[in-house]
Design a protein around this ligand. Structure first.
Ligand code: ZN
Length: 426
């Protein structure tokens, strides 16, 4: 009897040990901290959560519009800068070549030309989306000089990195996608002590917290890797949620990804045999299995975005993040001579009614458009103007017709955004 009790206790302990080990193993695999970092920011600033909800509603209302200012098949290009942050005790050996390999991976994933799309199950093949988005290493730095698109800095903030690493170096988020490459990353408060592969800011956050807008990535995940860490994080950067967002009844605001109850961490180990039966939600009709192939889940067979996800990303890129892409594509970047010289000042700012806008560094005599966008990327006004012979511009504008909030004032030369400044309306 006593032996039996001891045996029972032993079995219980053994089961507990297995359970604990299982949980630790799972925790160590958590690839993405975007939700945790978002929750921390939203808890500190309730206005951010309101902005997220409004942004969702607005994006849903325009993403299915039949008329689009930018055609779905027009290629949009985004310049990336990789900031390599290293220190003696925590070396990060990411090279230019690693970054170039990473760009290659991104461009395959965002054009649906990655070879492993052949692994997509037949039921999901027709949902594969080509985002028509391309990435390239920035060719011109904020100082106007040529750059490789890779910078190197030394800081201890590379260790257990969080948003503070972004204070080491950041390039204007209106014109560059900043990617900080670090030794390792602090996961945030939810699962302390575990490492994550990367995290990104969302578009509704980046408009407000301009100095922290971008992506932090663990150096081991940069290159032509199969884990798709940066492809996944850029999905968040362009407004995508995880496919398991808020479980079966919540959703990722995208119609063609089946609902998923919770993250399929590390699934696909036995792909494509037993894992194909995983179906955690049955409230969809037809009732489809979890899309383990999706880049916005955590499975190890991430190979695709859907057409719905592509529409959502392009909606954010052509509104909220409009200054990041250039209508003239990769070759066009060579012509954007003014991007790093043009500057705007606004006063008073915050403004109540009338405010003065002064711009410099413009092309003499060129036509300019002054456009004002709200937090959701909605155009509020568009004023035509002409730069004088000194390449400057002075204009009084009226903020009395817009509601209190944060706005983005963008100067356009033709289709190109050449300068951006935040305006706060009281
Ligand atoms: Zn994620």
């Amino acid at each position: 009897m006593e032996n039996l009790k001891t045996m029972n206790r032993f079995i219980k302990l053994l089961l507990l040990a297995i359970l604990v080990n299982f949980q630790i193993a799972n925790a160590q695999q958590a690839p993405c901290g975007s939700d945790e970092y978002w929750k921390q920011k939203a808890a500190k600033n309730p206005a951010l959560e309101k902005a997220r909800q409004e942004s969702d509603l607005y994006t849903e209302s325009i993403q299915n519009a039949t008329f689009k200012t930018v055609p779905d098949t027009q290629t949009l290009t985004i310049p990336i800068v990789f900031h390599i942050i290293s220190t003696a005790g925590h070396q990060v050996k990411t090279t230019l070549s690693n970054c170039q390999d990473q760009i290659k991976r991104l461009n395959e994933d965002y054009s649906a030309t990655n070879a492993d799309t052949s692994n997509i199950r037949r039921i999901f093949k027709s949902r594969l989306g080509d985002a028509h988005i391309r990435f390239f290493l920035a060719t011109k730095g904020p100082d106007g000089n040529p750059t490789t698109g890779v910078t190197y800095d030394t800081s201890i903030l590379t260790y257990q990195a969080n948003d503070s690493v972004k204070s080491v170096i950041d390039w204007d988020h209106n014109f560059y996608l900043n990617v900080w490459v670090v030794s390792n990353i602090n996961s945030g408060s939810a699962t302390p002590g575990t490492d994550i592969a990367g995290y990104s800011t969302f578009p509704w956050d980046g408009l407000v917290n301009t100095k922290t807008d971008g992506i932090v990535i663990d150096h081991s995940f940069v290159g032509y890797t199969t884990d798709r860490t940066l492809s996944h994080e850029i999905g968040h950067f362009l407004g995508l949620y995880h496919t398991f967002q808020d479980g079966c009844t919540g959703g990722d605001k995208v119609d063609d990804t089946p609902p998923v109850a919770s993250a399929n961490i590390g699934k696909c180990n036995s792909w494509p045999t037993s894992d194909t039966t995983i179906n955690t939600c049955h409230n969809d009709a037809p009732d489809l299995p979890d899309m383990l192939e999706n880049i916005m889940d955590y499975a190890s067979c991430k190979v695709m975005f859907t057409q719905g996800q592509v529409t959502r990303m392009r909606t954010y890129l052509t509104t909220n993040r409009v200054s990041l892409y250039y209508n003239n594509n990769v070759a066009g970047i060579q012509n954007t001579a003014n991007i790093n010289q043009a500057a705007i000042s606004i006063y008073p700012n915050p403004a109540l009614q009338k405010f003065e806008l002064e711009a410099s560094g413009l092309s003499a005599g060129k036509s300019i458009h002054i456009k004002c966008y709200d937090m959701m990327g909605r155009l509020q006004f568009d004023e035509a103007a002409v730069a004088d012979n000194e390449g400057t511009l002075s204009r009084q504008l009226d903020a009395s017709l817009i509601i209190p909030g944060v706005y983005k004032i963008a100067l356009y030369e033709g289709n190109e955004v050449i300068a951006v400044k935040a305006l706060v309306k009281e």
